[in-house]
Design a protein around this ligand. Structure first.
Ligand SMILES: NC(=O)c1ccc[n+]([C@@H]2O[C@H](COP(=O)([O-])OP(=O)(O)OC[C@H]3O[C@@H](n4cnc5c(N)ncnc54)[C@H](OP(=O)(O)O)[C@@H]3O)[C@@H](O)[C@H]2O)c1
Length: 279
């Protein structure tokens, strides 16, 4: 198949593109050569490349930054997604669009299914939810993948931040009142590879299995890394104490059982993936 990845030089794209290139003809695009906020350029690019599948990873992903740059967040995450969907509908391409656990408000005591009504708490989540709606209303042949707490070798991420801080500080304060599923971009790429040839439409939740708080995640990173030059103490704090610009859901764990039934494959636990990442 011919696959166009938009946002290909982001953290997920840098793992996804080489993997898909093993079995497909893949074209990767990103800023500056393709800007999805420009409708004509987006439509023309898709029309001229004539891909079978378009994978849209392009997004403004700085969750706190989106609060200050609301217009940019909506331009890319909402209207940009709509432009991609329009281009796909016009050229008959299937669209796989990436979305987020942050479309949920975090009040559910159980993991979120695809049927749960989204209610975002921040600008990033609102703009991504509007992006989903644009995709849903534009064409039938789409798959929206909601994932969570991504980390990958080729992007700024929580694991690398904790490792860096542990070499600089003796105490690290980490939020302990937000629960989610850390997901390795390599594992998500494998899941996407499985789904690319399937006819599945609608929304699917895809993340590594199990869940933890950011504090638990940091603890596991340090435990797996082993002792460094000096002892490091982790201090659990609340989101209020951290005082970030964007509110985040307290529980954004995704129920991935629909994906597991369709793919006949369960993503491994976040701990196992983290072990591989650190190795
Ligand atoms: N990271 C997470 O924890 C997480 C969690 C759940 C869902 N997701 C979703 O997963 C997808 C991939 O995430 P990621 O972590 O790989 O994000 P990322 O590293 O920020 O990559 C996104 C890419 O899109 C590009 N981009 C931004 N605006 C664009 C535009 N107008 N036109 C074309 N490209 C544009 C970015 O370029 P610049 O860097 O130059 O802006 C970047 O290369 C996104 O849809 C995100 O919402 C991410």
């Amino acid at each position: 198949m011919k696959v166009l990845i938009i946002g290909a030089r982001g953290m997920l794209g840098r793992d996804l593109q080489p993997l898909l290139s093993l079995g497909h003809e893949v074209v990767g695009m990103d800023l500056p050569e393709l800007d999805i906020t420009r409708p004509a350029q987006t439509h023309e690019t898709i029309a001229s490349l004539r891909p079978d599948v378009v994978i849209n990873l392009a997004a403004v992903t700085d969750v706190d930054g989106c609060e200050a740059q609301k217009e940019r967040a909506f331009a890319v995450n909402a209207r940009g997604a709509l432009h991609v969907a329009q281009g796909c509908a016009a050229s008959g391409a299937r669209l796989i669009h990436l979305s987020t656990d942050y479309v949920f408000d975090g009040t559910s005591p159980v993991p979120y299914t695809e049927e749960t009504l989204p209610r975002p708490l921040n600008v990033y989540g609102e703009s991504k939810l509007l992006g989903e709606k644009g995709v849903q209303e534009t064409g039938e042949n789409h798959l929206i993948l909601r994932t969570a707490w991504l980390y990958g070798r080729q992007g700024k991420n929580f694991v690398d931040t904790i490792l860096r801080l542990s070499s600089q500080q003796e105490e690290i304060r980490v939020v302990n009142d937000q629960r989610g599923s850390p997901t390795h971009t390599r594992d998500l790429s494998r899941a996407m590879e499985l789904l690319i040839g399937r006819e599945q439409r609608g929304i699917l939740h895809v993340a590594n299995s199990g869940s933890c708080t950011w504090f638990d995640f940091a603890g596991k990173i340090l435990a797996l890394k082993g002792p460094g030059d000096h002892p490091v103490r982790l201090l659990p704090i609340s989101s209020a104490e951290l005082g970030r610009a964007a509110r985040r859901p307290a529980n954004s764990v995704l129920d991935c059982s629909k994906f597991e039934r369709i793919a006949r494959w369960k993503m491994r636990s976040w701990e196992e993936s983290l072990r591989e990442y650190l190795a």
